[in-house]
Design a protein around this ligand. Structure first.
Ligand code: AP5
Ligand code: ZN
Length: 217
């Protein structure tokens, strides 16, 4: 099964991707986590991505499409995967279609901008695994420490209010067009992925239950 999670920064894509990944035993492919790992390694990709990410813009389609193509060729993707934060532009979505990567479900998680600014300031992340927490809505067992590894949690560099606003503007300008793109496909074509939208302002557990029950169809 292949699933695309669509939604603005902070909507809960990473949080819900982890639940789906466990439920269906398929990997989460977060282009954001892969880019942050590249920055940490100091690779060429990381050097190209760093300033763009910290400014809240989008890394070029060519770089992202190559990154994803390499990732989905790995054996752990044989039974499917969850795309978290990809595609983010029409050319990225078109590249998936052109490569005959069939998608079964598109899941949109929607949250209004003001709620997102509040939410992202409370996020904490384990950099090694991408596991996400929230100081109020999903706290780790020990403050500032990852539940699984015992390693320290960090705040993402792009979770400053000014950068969050830029990321939101980028979402509305370049990514929200994918809502129409996949909704139209779902209406016109029987083989197209199903399209389901969820209210991401509900609690984490409620959103999870609704998504899992929609996937079971
Ligand atoms: P990326 O890492 O994908 O960031 P994003 O899209 O901005 O999304 P986030 O990771 O901030 O949010 P999320 O929806 O995963 O929410 P989460 O579950 O963490 O991308 C970063 C950057 O990389 C981009 O800006 C761009 O520069 C670049 N990039 C990445 N992909 C690219 C691509 N395809 N093309 C070009 N450039 C690309 O939840 C957020 C917080 O809220 C957490 O603290 C969580 O605990 C909490 N939370 C979750 N759900 C709920 C809930 N229901 N109620 C209350 N709190 C909740
Ligand atoms: Zn994320």
């Amino acid at each position: 099964m292949r699933i695309i999670l669509l939604g603005p920064p902070g909507a809960g894509k990473g949080t819900q991707a982890q639940f789906i990944s466990k439920e269906y035993d398929i990997p989460q492919i977060s282009t954001g986590d892969m880019l942050r790992a590249a920055i940490k390694e100091g690779s060429e990709l990381g050097k190209k991505a760093k300033d763009i990410m910290n400014a809240g813009g989008l890394v070029s389609d060519d770089l992202i499409i190559n990154l994803v193509k390499e990732r989905i060729a790995k054996p752990d993707c044989a039974n499917g995967c969850i795309f978290d934060g990809f595609p983010r532009t029409i050319p990225q979505a078109q590249a998936l279609a052109d490569a005959d990567v069939a998608i079964d479900h598109v899941i949109e998680i929607s949250v209004p901008d003001d709620e997102i600014v509040k939410r992202l300031s409370g996020r904490r992340q384990h950099p090694g695994s991408g596991r996400v927490y929230h100081i109020d809505h999903n706290p780790s067992k020990v403050d500032g420490i990852d539940d699984v590894t015992g390693e320290p949690l960090i705040q993402r560099e792009d979770d400053k209010e000014s950068t969050i606003r830029e990321r939101l503007a980028t979402y509305h300008e370049q990514t929200s067009a994918l809502v129409g793109f996949y909704q139209d496909k779902a209406k016109k074509d029987d083989d197209a992925p199903t399209y389901n939208k969820f209210d991401g302002t509900q609690g984490i557990e409620d959103v999870k239950q609704q998504i899992l029950s929609a996937l079971k169809g």
